[in-house]
Design a protein around this ligand. Structure first.
Ligand code: PRP
Length: 217
């Protein structure tokens, strides 16, 4: 049987997922000692881990070359979803927020507003839901610069601890959506390999629940 192939978002989500896979009893030694390798066996070879950038995890799953993927809800919201979202993994928790310079009233006045974001689709949808005509400018990173330099009235960005906003004189105007890591599945894989996928997802879910209970004690 071909291994079940799961694409992980490189970095923090990868680490959290590997911890979870180990907790459910799968040997992840090869991933821990990966060097520069990008495809690695897990367990007794029943699973194969692929390491990719967040948006590429979605591309590989949508195109069926990976059966499963672990990716943040932020990337899912920005990049669409021709796949099934099967489990909230609980880690990688943060939120999407609209933020502005401290003390400014984003929703005040009649002048059309400009917003900078690494997530133009998320920003556009948010303002459309408010029936607000806002100009969106795509920025690749350190979006906090845009209002400080006078390019934008506000930003739509990820807020985790709030430190980046605070240290740059910005503050949250409104929370847009909560974010956490999700397990996603290719639509055909979920039909063809239903039992394997559901069994793995159930083991992960039970472990997440156990970790949550232990944390709350
Ligand atoms: C993200 C986000 C904020 C920061 C928020 O940036 O875009 O800048 O983290 O975290 P905080 O609330 O804990 O301060 P990232 O580190 O991904 O880099 P980027 O700005 O270059 O995208």
């Amino acid at each position: 049987m071909k291994p079940l192939r799961i694409a992980l978002t490189k970095g923090r989500l990868e680490k959290d997922t590997v911890n979870l896979l180990e907790q459910i009893g799968l040997d992840c030694t090869q991933v821990r000692e990966k060097g520069r390798r990008l495809i690695l066996p897990v367990g007794n070879g029943e699973i194969e881990v692929v390491l990719a950038k967040a948006a590429d995890v979605i591309t590989y799953v949508e195109n069926g070359v990976c059966d499963l993927g672990v990716v943040g809800k932020d990337t899912i919201m920005e990049n669409g979803s021709h796949f099934y979202e099967i489990l909230d993994l609980g880690f990688g928790r943060c939120r999407f927020a609209l933020a502005c310079r401290k003390g400014t009233d984003f929703f005040g006045g009649y002048k059309a507003k400009t917003v900078a974001s690494k997530y133009p689709n998320v920003a556009r949808q948010f303002f459309e839901s408010r029936a607000m005509d806002v100009r969106i400018i795509k920025i690749e990173g350190s979006v906090e610069l845009a209002p400080l330099l006078g390019l934008a009235d506000g930003i739509v960005d990820i807020v985790e601890t709030g430190t980046t906003l605070k240290e740059n004189g910005l503050e949250v105007t409104e929370t847009i959506a909560g974010i956490s890591a999700r397990l996603i599945a290719n639509t055909a894989s979920l039909k063809m390999r239903k039992q394997e996928i559901e069994a793995l997802a159930a083991r992960m879910e039970a472990q997440i629940e156990k970790n949550r209970e232990e944390k709350s004690v």
